[in-house]
Ligand binder design. Structure first.
Ligand code: GLU
Length: 291
């Protein structure tokens, strides 16, 4: 990883360096470093994390390769866990993981229980109004899981069916848009600003659940005809006798979410950008065989 310049909030680089050594040495080092690295600014909120000694991160616990918790050991693993640990390493603090769902992750961030969410959290324009997102570190697609016995194999097979989705996710909206694009349903009543999965009944309807294991159970029980979400999340539920339909749609760019306009947002984005450039993120994708 690249070496970078760290600047304490309110203190210029020259001032900071001249306090620790000669100005001549500082200028030489600054020039060399500026070519190699971006700047991490320690704002008050970042300093708070450093002083606390712990970075509190909301992660998934059942998304293999992203955020997965071994129920026997309590250990988390996956690329989102590695990203969290690297951010903590930069800060010089420990990591504390909290399992979140699509329904709970933003509440926990807003209440200050966690410092960031690294949990297959798709960047959308609507969400960007409420939270900051880093540059995307991964792009997934939405798809649909069905029981083979349903004989549903395509988007067309979902017409007039009930689909299980998670509350607070992009899934229902993505599926409706894909079905409109495929001209399977009319988009006449679709308004992306007011769309509500609970109220949508045109050509497909939705049941919303708080977590993914419950949707999987509902699929087995025939309570829903299909289970729709990002492919990475579905992987663990694709057991014997279940298949994906023949359609992937709605690219989902995952970003690290932080409190809007916080100093920590800029801090995290600097790191993610650097890790995208220097191959660190590609290394995780390879390690967890994500592509
Ligand atoms: N990635 C999608 C979203 O952010 C699916 C839900 C999830 O991440 O749990 O809405």
């Amino acid at each position: 990883m690249k070496k970078r310049t760290m600047i304490a909030f309110g203190l210029s680089l020259t001032m900071a360096l001249s306090l620790c050594g000669t100005v001549a040495f500082a200028e030489e080092e600054t020039e060399a470093e500026s070519e190699a690295a971006a700047e991490l600014v320690i704002t008050e909120d970042v300093q708070e994390i450093i002083d606390r000694g712990v970075l509190r991160v909301g992660v998934k616990n059942a998304v293999v390769g992203f955020g997965y918790e071994d129920t026997l050991t309590g250990e988390y693993s996956g690329m989102e866990i590695d990203i969290a640990n690297l951010i903590a390493e930069e800060l010089g603090v420990e990591t504390e993981f909290t399992t979140v769902t699509a329904a709970t992750r933003t509440e926990l961030l807003d209440s200050g229980d966690i410092d960031c969410v690294i949990a297959t959290f798709t960047i959308t324009d609507e969400r960007k109004e409420s939270w900051d997102f880093s540059t995307p570190y991964y792009t997934d697609y939405v798809t649909v899981l069905v029981e083979d016995s349903s004989e549903i194999t395509t988007l067309e097979g979902l017409v007039d069916k009930t689909v299980g989705v998670s509350s607070g996710s992009t899934s229902a909206r993505s599926l409706v848009e894909a079905m409109i694009d495929a001209e399977l349903i009319s988009g006449d009543d679709y308004d992306s600003e007011t769309f509500d999965p609970a109220l949508w009944t045109e050509g497909v309807s939705f049941q919303q659940y708080d977590d993914y294991p419950t949707i999987s159970t509902a699929l087995s029980a025939g309570e829903v005809d299909a289970f729709c979400v990002d492919k990475s999340i579905l992987a663990i539920y694709k057991t014997e006798g279940r298949s994906y339909i023949d359609a992937e749609f709605a690219p989902q760019e995952y970003g690290v979410a932080t409190t809007k306009d916080s100093g920590f947002s800029a801090y995290v984005d600097t790191l993610i950008t650097e890790w995208l450039e220097d191959g660190t993120i590609d290394g995780f994708i390879e390690t967890y065989e994500l592509q």
